[in-house]
Ligand binder design. Structure first.
Ligand SMILES: Cc1cc2nc3c(=O)[nH]c(=O)nc-3n(C[C@H](O)[C@H](O)[C@H](O)COP(=O)(O)O)c2cc1C
Length: 171
């Protein structure tokens, strides 16, 4: 699949079919994350893939009751093992690096006929407790993944003219 096709077809899936997720597909999706770029090639990302139905239910509760988290056959919990290094631009590497890997996951998922949704509304403490994640590891995001049971809505996005400036910032 063309990269732009995958970008165009991806949307936040919040309803999943009850099909199992094949290991081979999950492996390819996670391989996409593994190959992502990261600052200083630190690769601070770690992923807990949760398939256990009771744990998914508990994760859904920790995610403000968002039911689709429990409904998806797997939830990828993206974490960072990090010294919280700050780049000279003033930003921390780890949220950026983990986010890039998560974005790669979303696109490879499309190639596999799967859907994902980034879930940022969750209690990091609750998720860490549930999964036995050590205190020095940061939970960055949850990503339910499975076969979509929804159609892509039209994309609501700013136009290129609104987000892209030439040579100088334009107010
Ligand atoms: C950092 C981040 C956090 C998000 N958190 C949630 C969330 O907790 N629950 C949810 O349903 N969608 C969440 N989303 C999905 C966005 O609402 C969605 O990406 C946006 O509305 C654009 O829609 P699209 O993904 O279908 O193109 C999140 C997306 C991002 C990037």
């Amino acid at each position: 699949m063309d990269v732009m096709d995958a970008i165009g077809q991806r949307f936040s899936v919040r309803k999943f079919k009850s099909y199992e997720l094949e290991d081979s597909k999950l492996d390819r999706v996670m391989e996409a994350a593994r190959l992502a770029p990261s600052a200083r090639n630190l690769q601070e990302w770690r992923f807990v893939v949760v398939r256990d139905p009771q744990m998914r239910e508990a994760l859904s509760e920790a995610a403000n009751g968002q039911q689709f988290v429990a409904q998806a056959p797997a939830v990828i919990v993206a974490c960072a093992v990090t010294d919280e290094h700050v780049m000279s631009c003033g930003l921390q590497c780890f949220p950026i690096d983990v986010s890039i890997a998560m974005a790669y996951i979303t696109l490879q998922a499309v190639e596999e006929g799967l859907g994902t949704c980034w879930v940022g509304a969750f209690s990091a403490d609750k998720v860490a407790d549930l999964l036995g994640i050590p205190k020095d590891v940061i939970v960055v995001g949850l990503m339910p993944i499975g076969y979509p049971d929804a159609e892509a809505p039209p994309k609501k996005r700013l136009s290129l003219g609104e987000i892209m400036f030439e040579d100088r910032w334009q107010a």
